[in-house]
Write a protein that binds this ligand. Structure first.
Ligand code: SF4
Ligand code: SF4
Ligand code: FES
Length: 228
């Protein structure tokens, strides 16, 4: 597929997306919900690029848009950069403590967020759902509800028998990094403190998005309490 991307003519393989082509050429497009080991989700929209000629252009998500013959792409036009920053501002206002989002802000030169912080613990990027289904073959979690009630949960919001308690969903989550406030956050991957006998170190369980269900799995707090 002959495409033109940021002024570079490129003969891209048919199965390439615009993101694949850009990365092949060393062009930087920020991504958040994209992961090489998972199918593209197109959820965060941070990877948008502008396609088309000057009279008729549109923004598309580069991680999901396949290359096509004659495609003209601009990865960093003024419109693209402005829209990306707006999207990132909205995401940061949802989860201001996310190190991943903060790093993206730094890379993209975003130093001010105009929206009021909501302090949520999920940006609905869908990485955890794809990780659970495609890598762990578990399908234990998924999106439920729509619109501003959209969230990740287990079927019927109950402990899932499908869950392998692998922690992969927590591992891949871009906003989970600072979620664990437990006794030894540096030593646990899975919010083990929350999965403990008495979650005394956690004041608000609703803030924790752990679907692993079975308590005491990590045992960190349990062994501490046993020793006292
Ligand atoms: S811990 Fe459970 S929900 Fe999370 S990825 Fe593993 S199987 Fe899926
Ligand atoms: S829990 Fe994390 S990985 Fe899953 S959708 Fe929300 S932000 Fe993304
Ligand atoms: S990285 Fe493409 S939509 Fe999120």
């Amino acid at each position: 597929m002959k495409i033109r991307i940021d002024g570079i003519n490129f003969d891209a393989p048919e199965d390439f997306t615009i993101l694949d082509a850009a990365r092949f050429l060393g062009l930087d497009i920020p991504t958040l919900c994209y992961h090489e080991g998972l199918s593209p989700g197109g959820n965060c929209r941070l990877c948008i690029v502008e396609i088309g000629n000057r009279e008729r252009t549109k923004l598309v998500t580069s991680c999901t848009y396949p290359v096509e013959e004659g495609l003209v792409v601009r990865t960093s036009s003024e419109r693209v950069v402005k829209t990306r920053k707006m999207i990132l501002e909205l995401l940061i206002s949802q989860c201001p403590t996310s190190k991943v989002l903060q790093d993206l802000a730094s890379t993209m030169g975003l130093n001010k967020v105009r929206f009021k912080g909501k302090w949520e613990y999920c940006i609905n990027c869908g990485l955890c759902v794809r990780m659970c289904e495609e890598q762990m073959m578990a399908k234990a979690i998924g999106f439920v509800n729509r619109g501003n009630k959209l969230q990740i949960s287990t079927p019927f919001d109950e402990k899932s028998d499908e869950c392998r308690k692998c922690g992969a969903c927590m591992y891949i989550c871009p906003v989970v990094t600072l979620r664990c406030h437990g006794a030894h956050p540096e030593s646990v991957l899975c919010n083990g403190c929350y999965n403990s006998l008495q979650p005394t170190c956690i004041s608000n369980e609703d803030n924790y998005n752990c679907w692993m269900g079975l308590k005491y799995e990590c045992g960190t707090c349990y062994s501490e309490e046993s020793n006292t």
